[in-house]
Design a protein around this ligand. Sequence first.
Ligand SMILES: [Zn+2]
Length: 295
Amino acid sequence: MSGGCAAGFAVRTSFERHYVKDLAVNAHPDAVRAFNATPPVRRKFFAGSRGAYRAGHHYVVAPQRWERTVDGKVWVGVFAHEIGHAIDLHGRGPRGGRSLWLAPAIRRDRAAMPPRPQPDFGRPRRGEFERALCAFPDAARAVLLAWLPADGAAGRFAVAWADGRLEEAIGGFIRLRRTTAVVSACREDARLQLYALAKVGDFIGAVYDGRRGGGHARTYYRELPPLIGPSLTVGHPAEAFANAYVCDVITGMELLSFLVASAAPHTHAAYRVLLRCIGEGRCAPSPDDLPVPAV
Ligand SMILES: [Zn+2]
């Protein structure tokens, strides 16, 4: 089976077709090229296990009824995350994925990131909403306003983000959208947006080893081979890469990619350079690489 979709993703299997058709029509072109430069992943099902990429075997563990899973559109996001891992890890050995190249950028971001600020329990400062929203790129602001239509909600998010209260902004978004996701006619879209914002938090957690952001616990990273001590293992750049990839290919990528780029600008810039190299076929596997454990 072959073909394509509006964004230019190759569609080589029914598994890819099912999810790729729901990715953003304006997905980042380098993300599309990197996908097309990676051999199609296979799909496997194991009872009690799903949403994982097995690098040595190049398959994604998917639900048994993957075409009609109860997770609905959330699986578009899970697919994007696991494909991010596939692009990074395909054909690589136990030394880690192509994303190892992000490590120096991660260290630069860590050196520059202030500690997690205290939550701001003060009254919403409505006058600041407009100014903070204007600091977002036009396309990112448009997505934020569409996703948080309630009065003042987008402005509150923008103020928290501008103040460096990233976790508060993400947590507030998820709480608000979870409520509307129950009743909204666009329930499936809202569920995917919740997943995407959680992946923004997971990206930040990976870059800052949990000192900022959320997502994977430190214990997860500590079990993976260290790169530079236990706080920078092969898992940190791998999860940062997969989550940045989600933010490049999900509908609303104008907002999502702005959030991850502003939270960790060095890591995100390095990720984009790496993504372009992969798409150009300059990061092909080397023959002495061996399978790596699943992440
Ligand atoms: Zn992952």
